[in-house]
Design a protein around this ligand. Structure first.
Ligand SMILES: C[S@@+](CC[C@H](N)C(=O)[O-])C[C@H]1O[C@@H](n2cnc3c(N)ncnc32)[C@H](O)[C@@H]1O
Length: 162
């Protein structure tokens, strides 16, 4: 937010999360506590950056992103950070919907691009972020440009065409 407020008078942030956890959270995380911490952090952030509006969108990413599109927010966002479900089919649709929501010239970031719950030589590709992101980037090769020279654990792309 601090960085964003250097570039814009007012900031809107939409946070979509089911607060149910992904497969990687099922055993060790209390997602009610995670949601309470989020609420707490939201209150602090609004106090510190009063020109920021934060929207908490509780639910699954696909319907929530579709709702934003139905509301007319196609090309509305400067930046979309994808860090929800790590199952490849979920990530693939997150990527396609993010492409619709971000403006030309905007950035989509994929966290955990190189995450794997198992070592890479025994990884189950269904449970990886990378194959889904690669599929999006390869298919949209004339519409996105990968930002090079960044650490590769995450992947950042610029949308260059609808
Ligand atoms: C790896 S955590 C990241 C959370 C947050 N981005 C952060 O860095 O603190 C993944 C989050 O995605 C949420 N999640 C998992 N599958 C989801 C889905 N299909 N739709 C929305 N949220 C989902 C989980 O509840 C969890 O909070």
């Amino acid at each position: 937010m601090e960085k964003m407020s250097e570039y814009a008078e007012t900031i809107e942030i939409y946070c979509i999360d089911s607060w149910e956890g992904g497969l990687e959270h099922k055993e060790n995380w209390n997602m009610d506590t995670v949601e309470q911490v989020f609420e707490h952090n939201m209150r602090l952030a609004i106090q510190q950056f009063p020109r920021t509006t934060l929207f908490k969108c509780k639910g699954y990413s696909h319907p929530k992103m579709m709702e934003l599109l139905v509301e007319g927010k196609k090309g509305y966002f400067d930046f979309v950070y994808v860090d929800g479900s790590h199952e490849a089919p979920d990530v693939l649709l997150d990527a396609l919907l993010a492409h619709q929501l971000v403006r030309v010239g905007g950035v989509i970031a994929f966290d955990d691009y190189l995450w794997s719950p198992k070592s890479w030589n025994e990884a189950d590709h269904y449970l990886l972020v990378k194959p889904a992101v690669d599929s999006y980037v390869n298919t949209y090769q004339r519409k996105v440009s990968v930002i090079q020279s960044l650490p590769t654990y995450q992947l950042y792309v610029v949308k260059i065409a609808e």
